[in-house]
Design a protein around this ligand. Structure first.
Ligand SMILES: *Cc1c(COP(=O)(O)O)cnc(C)c1O
Length: 332
């Protein structure tokens, strides 16, 4: 399935590695080619040879820029003129707003009215029009569909979209091209866009590489889904990993994960805080809690990495300074 696009039983055409290559072409000179980083301390701690891909250093602070930009760039001139729409209060909202500005495409972002002020301000600063809704009484999908129909906007969801998945896959393409073959690749997941794209790229470039997903202990819907063979829905999990609070995988992401991912493991919030401190102290990196999931799986042994060459994706670094300070402050 990595060579050519495949169709699911429900008739969806899944993206393939060729779509990751197309995305890489669109992102060349636009997205940052983030470095491949190593740390002797991390290797000593795990007995493995770890290679980190720090997407906290990506434009707007997370890998989401790759998928958002690719999905907008792929639209026809007519659709670009009409504009795009999404619903998110997190990194995807900023990725769409920022990419829209770079491509000259109007963007509308639907956010809950109780979303953090800082996130609304950042999205508006990138040029997105923010439309607020009441998350307790209104259905965002309904509002989105109405707005889309009224204004002729194209909806770009945060993970369940072929061009979003393909864009996210470019981070792993760069990592393997820079670092060489890996025995394993560790990737965090919420809705699975990053993991599905990573698996497409890893299996095409490095078929022997075993790909693992990592999600918070409090919300292991991905693990349950992979192990049971169908998409399992859970209540929104309580975890500091706010980028991974998605309660179910997507119709595009799940079949790719099912086909190409070895297993999905979980880590605790305490392990995320430990990894956040490690990144700050040892590697001088500001990483948001969700961005620590993959590294925490290596540090805790949730995935046994000893003696292996292991890619670790750091997904993002958007955490407000007050929270960051609280997380990394030594216990007193
Ligand atoms: C969105 C996001 C994730 C989860 O990505 P999915 O494609 O939904 O699995 C992980 N980390 C960060 C920083 C994110 O913004």
């Amino acid at each position: 399935m990595t060579a050519a696009r495949t169709q699911t039983e429900t008739g969806l055409t899944l993206p393939s590695y060729a779509d990751v290559e197309t995305a890489a072409g669109r992102l060349r000179g636009v997205a940052h080619h983030t470095p491949a980083l190593t740390s002797r301390t991390a290797n000593a701690r795990t007995g493995a040879s770890l290679v980190f891909k720090p997407e906290n250093l990506q434009r707007m602070g997370a890998f989401k820029f790759r998928g958002g930009y690719n999905a907008i760039a792929a639209l026809s001139p007519e659709r670009k003129r009409a504009g795009v729409l999404t619903f998110s209060s997190g990194n995807h909202a900023q990725a769409i707003a920022y990419s829209g500005r770079l491509l000259g495409v109007p963007t509308t972002i639907i956010m809950p009215e109780d979303a953090p002020q800082a996130k609304m301000a950042a999205t508006r600063a990138y040029g997105g029009e923010v439309v607020l809704y009441d998350r307790y009484t209104q259905d965002r999908l309904e509002i989105g569909n109405e707005l889309a129909a009224e204004r002729g906007l194209t909806l770009i969801p945060p993970y369940d979209h072929p061009d979003v998945i393909a864009g996210q896959g470019t981070a792993t393409k760069e990592l393997i091209e820079d670092a060489g073959p890996l025995d394993m690749l560790l990737v965090c997941l919420g809705g699975g866009g990053l993991l599905a794209g990573a698996a497409l790229a890893a299996k095409a470039l490095n078929p022997a590489c075993r790909v693992f997903g990592v999600e918070p202990e409090a919300g292991n819907d991905g693990q349950q889904s992979l192990r049971s063979g169908k998409i399992v829905r859970i209540a929104v999990p309580k975890t500091i990993a706010d980028g991974a609070q998605t309660p179910f995988l997507g119709d595009y992401t799940f079949p790719i994960i099912q086909d190409l991912v070895e297993d999905i493991v979980t880590v605790s919030d305490a392990a995320l805080v430990d990894a956040m401190r490690f990144f700050a102290e040892r590697m001088k990196l500001v990483v948001e809690p969700t961005g620590c999931l993959a590294a925490a799986a290596a540090f805790t042994g949730a995935v046994p990495v000893e003696g292996r060459r292991v890619g670790v994706i750091i997904s993002g670094g958007n955490v407000d300074l007050a929270s960051f300070a609280r997380f990394v402050a030594p216990a007193s």
